[in-house]
Write a protein that binds this ligand. Structure first.
Ligand code: AMP
Length: 547
């Protein structure tokens, strides 16, 4: 049973089943159904492979047999850290089919994050690439395996290190195509996504077979996907946005084709859009911006004529950029607000232009419930006013994994999830994101917990006090600024970065800039006043601009 499931949420779960939102299907069985319906049609395209639904289904069976033979048992957790390659999808379905639970990590994660995930999940295995962008993931996985007692094995996609196993060894003859569905409870956790991190290290978000099955089906329907849909996975496939909003899985639910891009660069992605006749993709505003800039210079312009919709989400999209999307790409913009915890809002195909440019649309499901509350009193704000978004619904989590204290803060007593986002709702019920109460830097699409970075930086000998704040940035949306009160000689940014790297933190978490202070402004309660600090950093920037 999931953490946080009260009598009230039990009755909501019954309602989700009775209303047909939850279909009682395991994700492993969904692939079987897709293979039955779509057979030889192309499910997945990687840089060197094209896989039919039938081939993907058979591969997942063979891997499930291999994982079982390797001793991976039902309900064991397995950290999966892979880039956008077909193996990611086959491995996840192989794990679903043997009842094991993938924990999705990002390719950018390093020792610190992987170790944390393995520890909190008590993972029995870690699956990594050999070397990616010059970084040896095998060596890192070996360190984690030594440090975390539950981890019994490391599986490598590619050449394994000493004592590790190659994925190819696990590709064993499995059950015959069309074999009965593997046993399991659709209410069980299918996989863990990672929280955007308001706490020092990411929390695990349990997503069940039936809640996620519903999300991807509803998202595919909202986006009107059919068998002619071709989805380009640009962001890491382990992101909720890429995996199931509708993403790779929603496209397969609709019988379409998911194409995996090796990197988000315009060169790679424009070529794939032209070659595969991509109809839908999803990106963060930073990537959209880079694509827009690249389009200006390209002669002859790339053939993007197949693109119908570009979803943009995960960070604030400014109107000026939003306005350029349709004319530049010849497609419809769809704004998406969402979180790995569940709730998604999206603009619709037939929404008025103004809504598409300035709002993040309406909730995905008629059963999603949204309240906007005063962050201090917790009471609902008047219609149209800004407050913290609270939500519950058929695909929103009931509690983070093994985090009772955090759950007590993240949920109200009667089970509403406090998103930490400041929003307002328009008269049409559209959500407009206005800011955050949670202490997170949204850098590009990456979420960085200020508390995590502060906890590390304060250990530097030249740092007496530190506050990490998000400062507006023209390209990234926000960048990470470390504000430091030094103890003696002020540290240099490069020293701080080096220390974080040496401590095994992912590179995207390194501060982009450093500002030195004698003292910090404080709130009435004696805490660092980060709002004032950001204003001060911006005032310093303005004073530095010549002229
Ligand atoms: P993640 O779970 O990593 O997708 O992060 C979820 C968080 O990203 C949300 O709680 C928001 O703070 C932020 N976010 C997602 N979509 C948007 C959007 N369209 N505009 C602004 N912020 C967003």
């Amino acid at each position: 049973m999931l953490d946080g499931c009260t009598a009230r949420c039990q009755s909501e779960m019954t309602e989700y089943r009775q209303s047909g939102y939850w279909k009682g299907e395991l994700l492993g069985s969904s692939l079987r159904r897709w293979a039955r319906e779509q057979g030889k049609r192309t499910a997945l395209v990687g840089s060197r492979t094209r896989l039919s639904y039938a081939a993907l289904d058979a591969w997942a069976d063979r891997l499930a047999a291999g994982f079982q033979a390797a001793g991976i048992r039902p309900r064991e957790r397995v950290v999966v850290q892979l880039p956008n390659i077909p193996e990611f999808v086959a491995i996840c379905f192989g794990l679903f089919r043997c009842g094991a639970i993938p924990v999705f990590s990002l390719p950018a994660h390093r020792n610190r994050e992987i170790r944390h995930l393995a520890e909190i999940a008590e993972a029995s295995a870690i699956i990594v690439p050999a070397v990616l962008r010059g970084f040896d993931h095998r060596a890192m996985a070996a360190e984690v395996c030594d440090a975390v007692p539950s981890v019994r094995q490391v599986v490598v996609v590619g050449e394994p290190g000493p004592g590790q196993r190659a994925l190819a060894e696990m590709d064993l003859p499995g059950s015959e195509a069309g074999a009965p569905d593997p046993p399991g409870d659709p209410a069980d956790v299918a996989f863990f996504l990672l929280s955007g991190g308001t706490t020092a290290l990411p929390k695990l978000i349990p997503r069940t077979h039936e809640d996620y099955g519903y999300q991807l089906r509803a998202a595919a329907e909202l986006c009107r996907l059919g068998p002619d849909a071709v989805y380009l996975a640009v962001l890491p496939v382990a992101f909720n946005f890429t995996w199931g909003c509708p993403g790779v899985l929603g496209t397969m639910e609709a019988g379409g084709t998911a194409v995996l891009a090796g990197d988000p660069s315009p060169e790679t992605c424009f070529a794939l859009i032209a070659q595969e006749r991509v109809t839908l993709s999803s990106v963060v505003p930073t990537v959209a911006h880079v694509w827009l800039e690249a389009l200006r210079d390209l002669e002859p312009p790339p053939d993007l004529s197949s693109l119908r919709v570009l979803q943009i989400g995960s960070a604030k999209l400014h109107r000026e950029v939003a306005e350029r999307i349709g004319p530049a790409f010849g497609c419809r913009l769809q704004q998406v607000f969402g979180m790995a915890e569940g709730l998604l809002t999206m603009t619709r195909h037939d929404d008025p232009e103004e809504s598409v440019l300035t709002t993040q649309g309406r909730p995905l499901s008629p059963a999603d419930r949204l309240t906007v509350a005063d962050p201090v009193t917790g009471r609902p704000v008047p219609d149209g006013a800004v407050g913290e978004l609270l939500t519950r619904g058929p695909y929103t989590l009931l509690g983070y994994y093994k985090a009772p204290e955090h759950n007590a803060r993240a949920f109200t007593a009667d089970g509403w999830f406090r998103t930490g986002d400041l929003v307002r709702l328009t008269g049409r019920g559209e959500l407009v994101h206005e800011g955050r109460v949670k202490d997170v830097v949204v850098r590009g699409g990456d979420k960085i917990s200020a508390a995590e970075i502060e906890g590390e930086l304060v250990q530097h000998p030249a740092v007496r006090q530190v506050a990490v704040v998000a400062v507006p940035d023209p390209l990234l949306g926000e960048c990470t600024c470390a504000c430091v009160v030094p103890g003696g000689r002020p540290p240099r940014l490069v020293e701080l970065k080096r220390m974080l790297l040496e401590r095994g933190l992912a590179e995207y978490k390194l501060p982009d800039r450093l500002e030195v202070y004698d003292t910090f402004p404080l709130t009435g309660l004696g805490k660092v006043d980060k709002k004032l600090l950001v204003a001060d950093v911006q005032a310093r920037d303005a004073a530095r601009v010549p002229g």
